[in-house]
Write a protein that binds this ligand. Sequence first.
Ligand code: RFL
Ligand code: PHB
Length: 394
Amino acid sequence: MKTQVAIIGAGPSGLLLGQLLHKQGIENVILEKVSPDYVLGRIRAGVLEQGFVDLMREAGVAERMDSEGEIHDGFEIALNGVRNRIDLKGLTGGNTVIVYGQTELTRDLMDARTKTNQTTHYQVNDVQPHDMLEEHPYVTYESGGKQYKLECDYIAGSDGFHGVSRKSIPKDCITEYERLYPGGWLGLLSDTPPVNPELVYIRHERGFALCSLRSQTRSRYYLQVGKNDKIEDWNDERFWEELKRRLPKDLADKLITGPSIEKSIAPMRSFVVDPMQYGRLFLLGDAAHIVPPTGAKGLNTAASDVYTLYTILTKVYGQGKTELLKEYSKICLRRIWDGERFSWWMSNMLHKFEETSAFNEKIYNSEIEYYLNSDAGRRVIAEQYVGLPYDNVE
Ligand code: RFL
Ligand code: PHB
């Protein structure tokens, strides 16, 4: 078997890259470890920057996102019971974000791939990239008891944080930067009307909370939980009680609760690998970097990697500009570190970690109060939340 670009992983990064390359006439095959239903069952991101939205449009898969996604002009940060609005549109000269679930956009990308008869092999095992430093790399895998070899020009490693792509690079060729946070996010999805039409991020002495949504009838709430907490410790009743405690009073009074349709705990981690490439293997999205979810940057930083690789490969195949290939990592990492810094900062400002000294707690409280009470401070938050521009690829 032969293709131009072998893509490992059918998450949003791999699927979006595949669709964009297909639009440019660049053939690709996706290899995915689990089933389509399993991929769609993972409830994750909800907030899309303009850059992501533009890529979905360029890929020709934006119809449902444009009709069902909600444009958000602002969001709130509640500090010790007081609500503060960040007017994204006003503070950034007209920029906004779109609330549209990762599950939905993944479904749209999968459907587009099926309609255009592109190949995705689901439930394949032992995926392994080979000869990444050679001119003719290939990927081997097992499916239905048979071994396969997929020859290609380039390999896109978009198989998430636990995937095989990054692990295939010799340790002495990369540097990994990591910060683990003591605790995680417990998320609950319910078919109840959201407590507020816009997102509310909450700093509270009992810990961080977030009120998010998928639509005006479906809510997504999160609570910061301890590092040893397990999902079994949190029945729905305990979740709602704790959320009410952390909400500003007016919101607590109007919170509508209901049975959860999904509940999971996500760890909080900052992670970057440098460089994000090894010969003809290019890492994208969570395979190369992770952020704690506080700034809503995970999927959005993945999108800028997709943009960069897609633009480079289009110029390589269309204009023979192979010299651009070695620029991939450098172009991606500049913007990635912006996303890492913002997510780390938002996490520090809004969470309560046991390891933080009483002095630092006071400093964080003072710092976020300062930002929220200053026009310049709110603008700094708004500009990063809507997403910094993509770097030129040339
Ligand atoms: P994914 O989504 O992890 O997809 C990787 C795919 O690769 C497959 N795979 C393999 N396939 C073949 N062989 C192997 N050996 C393989 N190993 C793995 C996996 O099965 C999977 O299908 O990575 P991708 O595509 O880079 O996408 C990244 C995003 O999923 C992630 O960054 C975001 O979800 C992060 N995130 C958020 N990002 C935002 O931009 N805005 C948000 O509001 C936001 N909220 C969130 C989030 C992540 C969360 N969790 C659970 C970590 C909220 C949460 C709670
Ligand atoms: C979500 O809706 O899942 C969500 C929104 C904003 C975040 C993280 C997650 O910062």
